[in-house]
Design a binder for this molecule. Sequence first.
Ligand SMILES: Nc1nc2c(ncn2[C@@H]2O[C@H](COP(=O)(O)O)[C@@H](O)[C@H]2O)c(=O)[nH]1
Ligand code: ZN
Length: 505
Amino acid sequence: MVQQLEVRDVDFDELKRNLEFTASLLEALYTNGTQPSFDVEDDLQIRSDVVPVEVRDWLASTFTQRVQPIRQRLEEKPKFRSIVHAVQAGIFVERIFRKAYSTAMPDQPAEVINCLRDLDRGNFDVFSLDAVSSGHSLKTLFIELIIKHHLNSRFKVPISCLMSFLCELERGYNKHTNAYHNHTHAADVTHTVHCLLLRTGVLYWLTELEVLACLFAAAIHDYEHTGNTNNFHIYTRWVRWSELAMIYNDRSVQESHHVSAAFRLLQDENTNIFMNLTRPEWIELRSLVIEMVLGTDMSCHVLQVKAMRSCLQQHECIDKPKALSLILHAADISHPAKPWSLHSRWTPRLMEEFFTQGDKEAELGLSISPLCDRNNTPVAQSQIAFMEFIVEPTFSLISDMSEKIVIPLIQDTTCSRYRSEFKSGTEVGTETGTEAGTEVGTEAGTEVGTETGQRGLQWTVADMVSFRSMWMRHTEENKNRWRDKVKNGVSHSDDSETQTGQDTA
Ligand SMILES: Nc1nc2c(ncn2[C@@H]2O[C@H](COP(=O)(O)O)[C@@H](O)[C@H]2O)c(=O)[nH]1
Ligand SMILES: [Zn+2]
């Protein structure tokens, strides 16, 4: 606006609308900043009637991990236009953003559009998307999901920043040319998070900011992965220096790096996709993303699963960051719960990465880590064990947790604008045939939450059943495939089917 005034190129109607929008933003900021502080009584057992509010804020910000809201003095409250104007202006700017995206986005090749039609399905083929998008599956998918969830317009994500950020992100993923931990894995996990949120119904429990945090966390969760395990970084430092282990004091070495390096990207204004978030939004998003990405450290698995199980058993309230961390963790280990055509392509990639680490360990005169010896690893048996002891319990927990979260939402017939809007562009639970498992469509469940003038929320209990039966069916089928290999004596790393990055589908 200032630039327009400086060059005297002013459209007064547009200027007025933009000023109104600015006022609405400031008003939102003011409202956020002056909302009552969260409860610190529980954390520190402080009695609110005897402790002044400033002291409580100080205690909360210093001695708990909660984030302090920005507090403004009351007398600073400016006078703003009516909320109706603010909303109108907001809608106007959202439209401008949508238009900017459709203009700036180059036309996608027909093959890409075709691939993206399966975006809401569990059998979505990320390898095909990577092939038809010339190796840009992460970029293509992230943009698609951001638009699909209306997050680009809601959070005013500048298209140029988004493009530059995603180029850098893909570059970082390909820095170490890993067979498994590369941009395709990031695209796969991002897609799977979207699918899990949608198919479990947890999506309808979340705010738009939380959805943004989930997709962003998934996209960056292995950024600049070195292709080695954390233990490799920690235990090889006697013979080989690991900068990351030193920086992060042996704690979640890689995960700490992924999240830190990704946030560093946002420090550059050309790649800062969150430049238009308010301060409280940014703080909340950052905190969620950090917790989710650190939760992908596999050494947290047992604790994470135990904590959520006990929360469900004791009928406690489900902590959102914990639930979302579990969803990202599940997405991260989800390929064994997908059709064999996908699982059988991920396995040799992962094994090759493990074996490359084993080669390095042998070269350094160290003992070779479990599953990293290319001449002696029982791939099939290890995959069966991974499914039985890690994947199935995690997915079972996700199903139980989602039911606990979503059933009250289904019973609550006041569905939000977001839920209805999203639903009108997405069909959940209507899959049939092999993919849908029990083949239960929306008609089988209870339709709830119909609002005048909007398509009703059609998310149903049947969809939850379908989700559970689908991952169970896939893990069972995949285990049987591996069992057959054991029976036929082709279960080791020397079996050509389980060797390096070869597509076996
Ligand atoms: N033995 C197997 N381990 C697997 C498989 N898929 C994943 N994994 C392990 O989980 C982590 C995932 O975390 P990430 O953030 O590093 O991607 C991965 O490193 C493996 O250790 C599998 O099929 N078999
Ligand atoms: Zn991962």
